[in-house]
Design a protein around this ligand. Structure first.
Ligand SMILES: [Zn+2]
Ligand SMILES: [Zn+2]
Length: 117
């Protein structure tokens, strides 16, 4: 599976040392409260977790609106600068000093695209 956020069910499936999904949920929410994990909701509304950006570095996600898959996406440095400028402009007009931004790209993944053609 590509790098990116995982749901509790996906983590349980991928784990070599399986935990009951219920205790996995408990563990995930403890790490979320501690700021180690960040929770995301994909297009399917399923909660997915990944390491917080202070551990992984700033990055963006692409989401399949058909199956709900989420992957990390590469943003070239010059596009990242453009995103930062846009966010700063919009935030500045609202009277905010902008610290960071989040961008999620929605689309249809390779697998889903193949199934529909
Ligand atoms: Zn898909
Ligand atoms: Zn960015």
């Amino acid at each position: 599976m590509a790098p990116g956020p995982r749901s509790a069910a996906e983590l349980a499936f991928e784990s070599t040392n399986p935990l009951p999904v219920s205790s996995l949920y408990r563990t995930l929410s403890i790490f979320e409260e501690a700021g180690v994990l960040k929770r995301d909701h994909g297009a399917d509304g399923v909660a997915r977790y990944e390491l917080s950006e202070w551990l992984t570095g700033h990055h963006h996600h692409i989401i399949c609106v058909s199956c709900g898959a989420i992957e990390d996406i590469d943003v070239p440095t010059n596009s990242e600068k453009t995103l930062h400028d846009i966010a700063s402009g919009i935030g500045g007009r609202a009277g905010y000093r902008v610290l960071d931004h989040v961008l999620e790209v929605e689309g249809v993944c390779r697998n889903c695209d193949l199934q529909h053609h």
